[in-house]
Structures are given as C-alpha cells and as structure tokens.
Ligand binder design. Structure first.
Ligand code: MN
Length: 408
C-alpha cells in the first residue's frame, strides 16, 4: 500500500488586498497565511511519512512570482526533499508563461535537478519508485489552444468547436499513454483541468468560454486507481461511484470571497492496484465574512448597521461590509463608529450603496423573457448609457477578457 498526499491550487502570493503589512518583517499577512497553511500540508506529509506528494497545479497567481514568494514556496517543498519524499509538481494555467516553449514557474525544479522532484509540464507517464513500491503517474497539465492544435486548424472556429477538436486530439494521446501502462502497477492520473461536471458556485453561468472543459468519461477509466485534479477551488469528488475517485482537493487557502463558505484542505490517499481509500483533511484557515444589510427601511440605520455587524464572528476575519441606504439617510451614518465596530477584523472593506429613488426603467431589449448572452446584454446596456460612451469600448474589452480568461 502506498500513502499519498494530494494538494492543489496554492496560489501563493495572491489576495494581498485582504491582508495587512506585518510591521515585524514587512511581509503581507496573507502571504504568511498561505505559507503557514502550506507548511501544515508539508508537516502532515512528513509526520504521516507518505510515500509520495502530488501537487495539482497553480503554485502562484502567475508565472513570474517575485523572488521572496518563490523562495517561500521552495522553502516548504524543500522539506520534502530532505525527508526523501518524491514529489510531482503539475503545471496549472496560472503557472504557464506565454513566452518560450512550455515555460513555467515550476520548471526551475527540473532544471536544478532537485532530487525526487518531477515537473509535469507535458502529457507524460512517470514511473516513481517509492519506499512502498512503484506507482505510475500520468501528468496532464493545463491545455491551451496551442497544446495540441495549430493556429490554422482553429481559425474561424467557435470556441465550442475548438473545444471539441481539442478533445478529439487529447483522446488518442491519452490512449497512447494508457496503452504503455504497466497493468500490474497502481496508477494515478494527475491533471489540471475543468471537468464538465464540476460545480464552481456563483460563477458557473460564466463557465462557457473560460478555457476547455474535459468530459468526465475521459477521466473515469478503469485503468486509473485515483484521478487527482487541480483547478477548481472547491473540494469535490466528481465520480459518484468512487471507482476511481476523481478528486479536486480544492485550494488550500481562501483566494477570494467566492470561497467564503468552502472548507479548505488536502487529501490523504492509501493506494493499491485496483483500489484507493481517500480522506479529505480540512485545514483551519482564515475566515472570510460578508455582511450585507439593507438599511433603506430602517428608522435608525446606524443602530441597524452596528447590529448587523455584531451578529457576525469577525474577529481576525477578512470582512466586507455592504450596506444599502437612501441618500437622505447618509447623514445618519456615523462612519468612525462603523470603523470602530469592524476594528477586530483582520482586514475589512466598507461599501455603501445608494438606492436610487427613481427606479430606472428596464430596457425593453433586456426585459423578462428575452434570452441574451452576457456580451450582448452589456452592449445593449452601454448603447443606452450616453454617460458611459467614453469607456464603453474598454468595458466591452474587459468583459471579453473576463469571459475568456482564467478564473481558477
Ligand atoms: Mn487553475
């Protein structure tokens, strides 16, 4: 039996806006949070003396982290080298650099020849000798247009057609790896991807157009004993039959408010040929707290606001306060007192929203019953807003980027 620790989506160096500067060392406290949480994962790998650590991708928010963030990451993973624990680092979308061929922030570990470390930046099968026997790991890094397709092939195709073409290319490549597997050895597929049955929460209606979606059927193959995923930040098992388990461990820390209600952690696995026992191990991480309150009808808005804050556990949390009020109530809010009420939070933002007295009539093109895609809706809206004319092109471009861009 082989013991494995599977973690993913570290995103070290992100979320600085949720932190503060630690006056003792000048570091953002959110970097310290991420480093602490990662160190708890590594502690467990060592205390449990696992035979292998697999990382599902997205080490940093982008491919060029500042040196002190790189170093903080390396200092933790270095402990696995010292403990003689082989480690596979998979390349996620945030790790890839558009310059050079296959360049990724994690490739430095291969270049330096770090003992026991494997970087998964291509589709490949790795035979790993652990203290408790051999295991084979197929690495499937984040796929982009250029991974398996050439530009002339994709020209003029809709995004969904490019997706289909990519899947049709991926299929035989994966099949090739599968045919070369040793059927006697336990096997892991380690992949950074968006699977078509993953649930992402609030942003799921935007999922189409955000990179490629891989059908679950491609992953639930009997030749795999465990499918280790990265990319989606919410922990979940995609395979109801659990044969094989198809697991997103999720991110190890809350990267933003969309993860407010999610548990964070990593996964411990006991693997043998034909069977995998797995367990989600929650990490205690900094809590995020949204306080939303509508004061428009409140006779004493200040008291109502303070009461709403007092109802929540905000000590040491990252807090955002959003309150709605009418313009004539503005003078009734005692801002210093609101800041005072939030003072025990680790970090907070306050967003008052004015409720317009004259409700803007809904544009007929955007009315109930007309189905319209987000870009069309935005265009229609902007066409009707004289005052936004100057920035409307920029807004459309930004929206396009958001819809097509990386999210996880
Ligand atoms: Mn990702």
């Amino acid at each position: 039996m082989i013991k494995i620790l599977h973690l993913s989506d570290i995103h070290m160096g992100s979320g600085f806006s949720h932190g503060q500067i630690n006056p003792n060392n000048g570091l953002n406290t959110r970097l310290e949070d991420f480093v602490n949480t990662l160190s708890k994962c590594i502690d467990r790998a060592i205390s449990e003396s696992v035979d292998l650590v697999i990382f599902g991708g997205d080490a940093f928010p982008d491919a060029t982290p500042p040196p002190y963030v790189q170093e903080a990451f390396a200092r933790q993973f270095r402990r696995l080298v010292d403990a003689d624990i082989p480690t596979v680092l998979l390349v996620g979308n945030h790790d890839q650099h558009s310059q050079g061929n296959g360049g990724a922030s994690l490739c430095i570990y291969r270049t330096l020849g770090v003992p026991g470390f494997i970087v998964g930046d291509t589709i490949d099968t790795h035979h790993i000798q652990t203290r408790n026997g051999s295991v084979q790991v197929i690495t499937l890094p984040w796929l982009t247009h250029s991974t398996l397709l050439t530009r002339p092939e994709t020209e003029g195709l809709a995004l969904s057609e490019v997706n289909d073409l990519l899947i049709s290319r991926l299929n035989p490549v994966l099949e090739g790896e599968i045919r070369r597997l040793d059927p006697e050895l336990p096997t892991i597929l380690l992949a950074h991807l968006m699977a078509d049955r993953a649930s992402y929460g609030a942003e799921r209606f935007l999922a189409v157009g955000k990179g490629f979606t891989i059908p679950l059927s491609l992953l639930t193959r009997p030749c795999f004993d465990y499918v280790a995923l990265g990319h989606v930040h919410r922990h979940q098992n995609l395979n109801k039959s659990n044969d094989p388990p198809v697991i997103y461990p999720g991110s190890i820390e809350r990267v933003d408010f969309s993860e407010e209600k999610e548990d964070k952690g990593y996964v411990l696995i006991e693997l043998e040929k034909g069977h995998a026992e797995w367990e989600f191990c929650p990490l205690s991480v900094r809590s995020f707290c949204t306080i939303e309150v509508n004061l428009a009808e409140a006779e004493e808005p200040q008291q109502a606001l303070i009461k709403a804050i007092k109802k929540k556990e905000i000590k040491d949390a990252v807090v955002r306060l959003i309150y709605k009020l009418r313009s004539e109530q503005l003078d009734l809010i005692d801002n210093p007192a609101v800041h005072q009420a939030l003072a025990e939070a680790h970090n907070y933002t306050i967003r008052p929203e004015l409720i317009s007295q004259l409700a803007r009539p809904r544009l007929p093109e955007l009315g109930v019953g007309s189905s319209i895609d987000p870009m069309e809706a935005l265009k229609t809206y902007l066409d009707n807003r004289e005052d936004l004319r100057e920035i409307s092109a920029d807004m459309l471009e930004a929206a396009q980027c958001l819809l097509a861009g990386k999210d996880e």
